[in-house]
Ligand binder design. Structure first.
Ligand SMILES: Nc1ncnc2c1ncn2[C@@H]1O[C@H](COP(=O)(O)OP(=O)(O)OP(=O)(O)O)[C@@H](O)[C@H]1O
Length: 580
């Protein structure tokens, strides 16, 4: 079978599978499999046999599965062609701040003021594709480990690109899944943007919507200067910030309800924690944002007395054209940066972003990577001894900052209630739950950051993006269900080149699954950790008493439930009261 025919056949097959099959991989791998096609058949007939709509011969499927090349799991080869040849972030090394080409000296000084002396590889790689020779010609997708510095990697180029803007209006939008994360990212922008005269605001629901509006929207000049042409005033950009960091919910509130809030002039869109953002629709915020930045509203074009178009000085004109390879897309386009430590490779999800000639920046050759200085340990014990083993482990960690992840809010609540029945524990702990009030949660997190609390017990709400200085240990009290969960949980430690350890409690039957999971995360260093028997034994009597107390404390709740006859499984209201 000629290479050309094999390629074409693979192409057709790919079309048959709606582009979900890696065409090039197929050409190489399945050339042998295509040999079932009658050798005497003309190339045309062979092609016809593989045309879309033509049912795939069963024999072919069987032959494909026997192909030795298929021993490599298919998920190793990204389906999207542009993902197969990424820029390797690891091929860059750190770069001293003062020597980064084209970096505005004011920004260099601002970055140094926050204690950064040299840029991390992901920051250098992104800079080269944006401010450097890449010149933002393509949309950037960053897949880089937790704590590798992705926030500054996108914040710095955006701030530098906007530093020459003449009129203040909303030009960059950064969207994150949670309020805590958004506020953390805003801090990074706040540290550098004012150095070049840019303003940053957040729309996360931390303050009332009225307060947010007063920061976001400029007061009308009409009131101040009644002689001004009203129409002219209305056309003036009304947003008075350059960069907005938002959560999808509050962003949609402003899009739908805030008078004067406009995305018309938006130049940069960042979607951080992309895989999480694309998993949930969040009131269709993404299509809405893209739609609002797609074409110029013709109302903004005014006509003079001769019927000629008069451009309002503050109008951003986006045209659809065929020039410069835009093929009917808008120009100037909305440049996008998407990033995560576990970037999705799912074409159907990524297509929502409408990326323009996307370029993948990837750390190494593997899909997932854990931080280089992360050490992993597994502790095998039975379920009933797990709380006891946790206490012994925490005692061994000697009051160092530590995050404990459980599988559910109930489990967190029960565990912290149980620990509360132990007297004289040598560490201070607190629960961190989605069901707590926002203000309570913020207080707890602040106390943890300040070192007033040593151990936080919570769910995966703490797993994404949160940065806590000096956090050395992460404990998976319950095994993470997916490799992505493991990566994000473990990634709360060993950040920014620091070292850290992740401990995972496992039951015997979970060990195999966990080992497989670690392989996917490219972590081959996980060793078995044992705990001193005598420490466990010495705590047993207190443990039995604490367990009894826990049972007693849960009983009134249980009896309340049975009396009320509330049979709703996991009955949300009642369950929540208990979890609080
Ligand atoms: N060049 C640098 N030098 C020293 N520290 C840095 C540098 N860049 C970033 N940091 C610090 O590294 C920490 C982690 O950065 P950041 O939160 O951006 O990581 P991330 O890659 O976004 O992680 P995650 O995927 O978990 O969100 C932050 O505390 C940040 O201040």
């Amino acid at each position: 079978m000629s290479g050309r025919t094999a390629h074409h056949a693979a192409h057709c097959l790919a079309r048959h599978h709606q582009h979900f099959v890696p065409v090039r991989a197929l050409t190489r791998r399945h050339a042998a499999a295509f040999s079932f096609l009658p050798t005497a058949a003309s190339p045309r007939r062979r092609r016809r046999l593989l045309l879309p709509g033509c049912p795939l011969p069963r024999v072919m499927v069987a032959m494909n599965t026997k192909d030795p090349a298929d021993e490599v799991p298919t998920n190793r080869v990204p389906h999207l062609p542009w993902m197969r040849h990424p820029v390797d972030i690891d091929s860059f090394s750190g770069y001293p701040v003062t020597t980064l080409p084209r970096l505005d000296p004011r920004l260099a000084a601002a970055v140094q003021r926050i204690g950064i002396e040299s840029f991390f590889p992901v920051q250098v790689a992104t800079w080269l594709e944006t401010v450097g020779p890449g010149a933002f010609q393509r949309d950037i997708c960053i897949n880089s480990p937790t704590g590798s510095g992705k926030t500054l990697a996108y914040a710095l180029p955006i701030v530098q690109m906007l530093s020459t803007r003449k009129v203040r209006c909303l030009r960059a939008l950064v969207v994150l899944p949670t309020r805590d994360l958004a506020l953390q990212v805003k801090e990074v922008f706040d540290a550098i943007a004012p150095a070049v005269g840019l303003t940053v605001a957040s729309a996360v629901g931390q303050s009332s919507i009225a307060d947010e509006i007063s920061v976001l929207i400029r007061k009308s000049k009409q009131g101040l200067y009644p002689t001004l042409d009203e129409e002219f005033v209305e056309m003036e950009p009304q947003t008075q910030v350059d960069i907005l960091v938002a959560t999808p919910g509050r962003l949609m509130d402003h899009i739908n309800m805030t008078k004067g809030f406009s995305l018309e002039h938006l130049q940069y869109l960042v979607v951080d924690e992309t895989d999480r953002m694309l998993r949930e629709a969040y009131q269709s915020w993404l299509p809405t944002v893209i739609q609002f930045t797609r074409s110029t509203n013709q109302d903004h074009l005014r006509l003079d007395t001769a019927g000629k178009t008069l451009l309002h000085p503050f109008t951003t004109i986006r045209r659809s054209g065929v020039e410069r390879g835009f093929k009917g897309k808008c120009f100037p386009r909305l440049a996008k940066i998407v990033c995560s430590a576990t970037l999705t490779q799912d074409p159907s999800k990524l297509s929502q972003l409408e990326l323009h000639h996307p370029l993948l920046l990837n750390s190494g050759k593997k899909r997932y990577r854990i931080p280089t200085k992360l050490e992993s340990y597994k502790l095998v014990c039975t379920s009933n001894l797990k709380p006891l083993c946790l206490i012994v482990l925490l005692q061994e960690l000697r009051g160092e900052k530590c995050l404990v992840f459980t599988s559910s809010v109930e489990s967190s609540n029960r565990l912290s209630t149980l620990l509360g029945f132990f007297e004289d524990l040598p560490f201070k702990f607190s629960e961190f739950s989605r069901l707590q009030r926002e203000s309570a949660r913020r207080k707890t997190l602040a106390a943890f950051k300040e070192g007033e609390i040593d151990v936080l017990i919570g769910t995966d709400i703490m797993a994404r993006g949160i940065h806590i200085d000096g956090l050395k240990y992460v404990i998976n009290y319950d095994m993470p269900p997916y490799v992505k969960t493991y990566i994000h949980r473990a990634g709360r430690t060993a950040r920014a080149g620091e070292s850290g350890s992740c401990f995972t409690f496992l039951r015997k039957h979970e060990v195999k699954t966990f080992d497989k999971m670690l392989k996917k995360a490219d972590d081959s260093s996980c060793s078995l950790r044992s705990l001193p028997e005598e420490s466990i034994e010495s705590l047993r009597p207190t443990f039995s008493i604490a367990l009894k107390k826990l049972e007693e404390s849960l009983q009134p709740e249980a009896s309340k439930k049975s009396n009320s006859g509330d049979k709703v499984p996991g009955g949300s209201k009642r369950k929540r009261t208990k979890q609080m």
